[in-house]
Design a protein around this ligand. Structure first.
Ligand SMILES: NC(=O)c1ccc[n+]([C@@H]2O[C@H](COP(=O)([O-])OP(=O)(O)OC[C@H]3O[C@@H](n4cnc5c(N)ncnc54)[C@H](OP(=O)(O)O)[C@@H]3O)[C@@H](O)[C@H]2O)c1
Length: 268
């Protein structure tokens, strides 16, 4: 048995079936289509306008129906609304050779895995930066084919227990909040006279600089704020003010609330 989807297709690339062509799928497809190793992709037929636009843009095929998509794929991404995922998977025939990657937020592995038997099912949480191959994707449990497929659109972080995986998925909501934080700073710059385009570029590049220092520059994010923000500095003054306003603990409390909701599988 090959333990890798790429091995399975020595003459080409794995076929990834994208079941559910919505907002996330669009970003995943864009990322895969620009990857150095481009997997073969097959789109499900529903959401016709979006599927057709993607098919046209990237010369992709749309399957005539969901079962044909499964039959012709090695890896199947379930990018469906969470509340529809088990029902849709239950209505399809999978084989042992399939690897099913379920990206539904707040949906436990067991019901999806049972619905897709005898395939192997894993949970993953990619984000929209997959389109530029920068998604930090958490995965549970590890699987060679799933890891190879997801690594084409960013980094893959494997967890071997579902409980910790669910904690890690909260970074996917943090991802969304970072846009808001950056917009707040850029909006402030604009309101004080900086050109809007320049303000956004400045904030994005500053944020990229922080990421680069943590990932390549060897800086520890836990201590670097106070290395830069020493007492008597303007950075230090700002950190003290934010702390006094509980700005940082508000983030931890919000992360707790999101984790609790996602474990319930319900937003409200
Ligand atoms: N968006 C994100 O950034 C993000 C990030 C991580 C995880 N996720 C997860 O990814 C999944 C998709 O999210 P999304 O934001 O992309 O939602 P979305 O835009 O609503 O996409 C879901 C797609 O599935 C389609 N669909 C429904 N039933 C189907 C069926 N029987 N066969 C084929 N397609 C069907 C929907 O079509 P209709 O519109 O015609 O019903 C829709 O196009 C969710 O489970 C979500 O939790 C999303």
């Amino acid at each position: 048995m090959p333990d890798s989807v790429l091995d399975m297709n020595a003459s080409g690339f794995p076929c990834v079936g994208v079941l559910g062509v919505g907002q996330l799928a669009e970003h995943l497809v864009e990322g895969w289509c620009g990857a150095s190793v481009r997997p073969r992709l097959l789109l499900s037929p529903r959401s016709r306008a979006r599927a057709e636009a993607l098919a046209k843009q990237f010369s992709l095929e749309i399957a005539p129906d969901n079962q044909t998509l499964v039959d012709r794929s090695d890896v199947v991404i379930l990018a469906l609304p969470p509340e529809r995922t088990v029902e849709v998977a239950s209505g399809l025939r999978f084989e042992k050779r399939h690897v099913v990657i379920c990206v539904a937020a707040g949906l436990k592995l067991e019901p999806v895995a049972n619905a897709a038997l005898p395939a192997k099912t894993v949970r993953a949480m990619p984000v929209t930066s997959a389109s530029v191959r920068e998604s930090a994707t958490v995965l549970y449990p590890g699987d060679g084919a799933a890891e190879e497929t997801l690594r084409l659109i960013g980094s893959v972080h494997v967890f071997d227990d579902e409980h910790t995986f669910e904690v890690a998925t909260v970074t996917a909501v943090y991802y969304g909040w970072v846009f808001r934080l950056m917009a707040e700073i850029a909006g402030w710059l604009k309101s004080r006279g900086v050109d809007e385009k320049e303000a956004k570029k400045l904030v994005a590049q500053t944020t990229r600089g922080v990421c680069a220092m943590c990932m390549e520059g060897g800086k520890d994010m836990a201590t670097e704020d106070r290395v830069i923000g020493r007492p008597g500095t303007y950075t230090g003054l700002g950190l003290d003010l934010l702390q006094r306003m509980d700005a940082f603990s508000a983030w931890s409390e919000t992360l707790d609330a999101v984790l609790k909701a996602s474990r319930r599988g319900k937003v409200d």
